[in-house]
Ligand binder design. Sequence first.
Ligand code: ADP
Ligand code: MG
Length: 302
Amino acid sequence: MSALLEVDRLQVAYGGVVAVRDVSLSVEPGQVTAVLGANGAGKTTTLLGISGLVRARAGSVAFDGRSLLGMAPERIARLGVAHVPAGRGIFPGLSVADNLRMGLYGARRDGSADGLEAVEEVLEAFPILRERRTQAAGTMSGGQQQQLAIGRALVQRPRLLLLDEMSMGLSPTVVADLFVLVRRLARQGMAVVMVEQFVGQALKVADVAVVIEQGSVVAAGPPASLSAEDIGAAYLGGDGHAAARLPGASRDARQQVPLSLAGVDVRRLERLAAARGRTADELAQELLEQALLEKTPSGGTS
Ligand SMILES: Nc1ncnc2c1ncn2[C@@H]1O[C@H](COP(=O)(O)OP(=O)(O)O)[C@@H](O)[C@H]1O
Ligand SMILES: [Mg+2]
């Protein structure tokens, strides 16, 4: 079976600055692919390159065997690629219903009976959106707005859904619900590519994980096949040849997963922890436990 989406050695530059250097990935229908990596790694640019919102400088992007390179974003949308951008991109002053209609417009399906039926389906799948359909989108909670952003993509009845930082700024329970939704969409046959900061949860949900570091894929495969270093890179973009040990990790964990970080990475870890209201120790612990969990065949907690 051939892949639905085939990205091969994609390269994207902003002006002279290369943001995506060498990204390849292959996505099957019904599969969830998590794209992981530190801030600035090139995750967003990769998604933009797929949906035609930035131009590729080299490489190829094929959807259902057809090259998307040079194609207008609207046309790519009509082929069945829906993109939920970081920050959601909904219209806060428009009603929920109008935001959903904008989704049809983007894919040039507005006004069609089929399009209205697709809106009805989304309202069916997201009861809160039906309840709030006349309300201005900007007055809803972050989680509801994210449901709207995803709903707006789903009215296009995409075969490939691109989700950029869907969980950003949302509470863990809302995020968990969204991950359940992602799994459900995949079960229905949709291919999902999600860029995620919640690495641990993303690895549980994804069939395939792709770790990008400084514009290049450094690891790819089923989550269980990723090494602790790969997962560390997903958090930190660490360079692999490291000096200092992770602070605060228990000695047992260190012995089982010999993960080490350069001083600069330790400082990044501390900043990341501060941004999440956690201590570096807690985050380091989570990172190591996650790595261990992925390596435990039973997958159980211990
Ligand atoms: N519009 C832009 N103009 C110039 N540089 C950009 C632009 N968008 C992103 N970049 C740069 O490209 C690199 C990759 O960015 P991005 O794809 O947003 O990373 P990520 O989503 O992984 O955080 C970063 O170095 C970023 O600063
Ligand atoms: Mg991004």
